[in-house]
Design a protein around this ligand. Structure first.
Ligand code: HSE
Length: 444
């Protein structure tokens, strides 16, 4: 059978990885796919760099629309990123009857509904394994391997940059801003790291996993997003003393009231495998009613790990593109006619209705009655305390200090109730600094 013809839009880190892995493993991939997969055209604004990667045998152009207009091309691989031109090109490729493979989580988390609808109308596939957790085949696992299950929850370390920063903060006892500068100097964090450190990248990925897990439309606008910029080395140290590590988790959970979809730093018991995922690695834990808890671990970014996911999608398309569209795996795992309506019986819950436990760090004057007053306010709000840790004032503020840190772990409570109690506690004259609140996830 004639090799399937692929056009790449963008040949940076992931594009060159895709080209190189396809070239290196082409025989094995052909044996698996049942036909060859050939990159025959590449578009990149930097045509000289593109030529240096693909050589003379592949046509290189500066205009992505030339790839889309080429009737020989079966599949367009979008590796440009972002919501701008990438969205227009993906929709144009679909309109031209091309299958699309993309690593663009931002695009799908925000515009996925429109893109999947356009693809269904045209009978083409939009595949996106590389968009979540890089080389880890988590889309495949959720969408196919675990299809028998009612998924209960998914929790993942799905941003390598922030996991690297948190690992360094823990190892070296340094504060966030110091480690971020070092990470940028070493090339682990981008010059503009906003999407990573503010949790936006993780929220894009969590949004996609939530849709696949629960059969709801992509709703990035309903995700709660909190990054790691406010974390202090002290929080990591205190968490450690209490038997926890702090990780930036993307969490989506089924509850009686609806779906939780949130990204924030979380205390995770140190004994959980996921708490021990260090550096830039990614890991995702999925809990299903039949299978129990499963864990997926690997590289969430990088040239060849991400290429591994892109090529897996190309192989799926090579195998499936002749199949009747009704018999293909639906893009969001559930048949589109069976997706719950946004805001319908499976709404994404507002953060105030999320139930979780908390770590609180409260800087107080070290005087009689302070702890009693604070625990009284928590009790009034119906919040039950799990553990309290109070450091020596000298240890916290230096010799002769009259300030100390109170660390309180709570049992599960509604976020809305916690917000109210914290506002009252913050108003006490003996509370001397903004309270640090970090959610705690037992993941059991
Ligand atoms: N910037 C992401 C990370 C990789 O740090 O994990 C691409 O999503």
């Amino acid at each position: 059978m004639k090799p399937i013809q692929v056009g790449l839009l963008g040949i940076g880190t992931v594009g060159s990885g895709t080209f190189n892995v396809l070239a290196r493993n082409q025989d094995e991939i052909r044996r698996r796919a049942g036909r060859g997969i050939e990159i025959s055209m590449v578009a990149d604004l930097d045509t000289a760099r593109a030529k240096s990667v693909v050589g003379d045998k592949v046509k290189v152009v500066g205009d992505a629309r030339e790839v889309i207009a080429n009737p020989e091309i079966d599949v367009v691989v979008e590796l440009i990123g972002g919501y701008g031109i990438a969205k227009a090109l993906v929709l144009e490729a679909i309109a031209a009857g091309k299958h699309v493979v993309t690593a663009n989580k931002a695009l799908l988390a925000v515009h996925g509904t429109e893109i999947f609808k356009a693809a269904a109308e045209k009978g083409v596939i939009v595949a996106y394994e590389a968009a979540v957790a890089g080389g880890i085949p988590i889309i495949k696992a959720l969408r196919e391997g675990l299809t028998a299950n009612q998924i209960q929850w998914v929790a993942g370390i799905i941003n390598g940059t922030t996991n690297f920063i948190l690992s360094e903060m823990r190892d070296k006892g340094l504060d966030f801003s110091v480690v971020l500068k070092e990470a940028q100097r070493l090339g682990y964090a981008e010059a503009d790291p906003t999407f990573d450190i503010e949790g936006v990248d993780a929220a894009h990925k969590a949004t996609l996993m939530s849709s696949i897990a629960f059969g709801i439309p992509v709703q990035f606008d309903k995700a709660y997003v909190e990054g790691i910029t406010k974390l202090a080395a002290a929080d990591i140290k205190y968490a450690e003393q209490l038997g926890y590590r702090i990780k930036l988790l993307g969490i989506t959970k089924r509850t009686d009231k609806g779906i939780e979809l949130r990204v924030h730093p979380s205390l995770v018991p140190s004994k959980r495998l996921i708490a021990n995922v260090e550096g830039a690695m990614n890991a995702v834990v999925v809990n299903g009613d039949a299978v129990g808890t499963t864990l997926y671990y690997g590289k969430g970014a990088g040239s060849e790990p991400t290429a591994s996911a892109v090529i897996a999608d190309l192989v799926d398309i090579a195998r499936l593109h002749d199949a009747d569209p009704a018999h293909r795996v639906p893009p969001l795992a559930f048949q589109s006619s069976s997706l719950a309506a946004a805001g319908g019986e499976l709404p994404v819950l507002p953060m105030a209705d999320v139930v979780t436990s908390y770590y609180l760090r409260i800087r107080v004057s070290d005087e009689a009655g302070v702890l009693a007053k604070i625990t009284g306010l928590l009790a009034n709000a119906g919040i039950s305390i799990d553990a309290v840790l109070q450091r020596e004032a000298d240890e916290v503020g230096g010799e002769g200090s009259t300030q100390t840190d109170l660390i309180i772990l709570t049992h599960d409570t509604r976020e809305g109730d916690m917000d109210k109690a914290l506002a009252e506690i913050q108003g006490l004259p003996t509370v001397l600094a903004p309270i640090n609140r970090i959610r705690k996830e037992e993941l059991n």
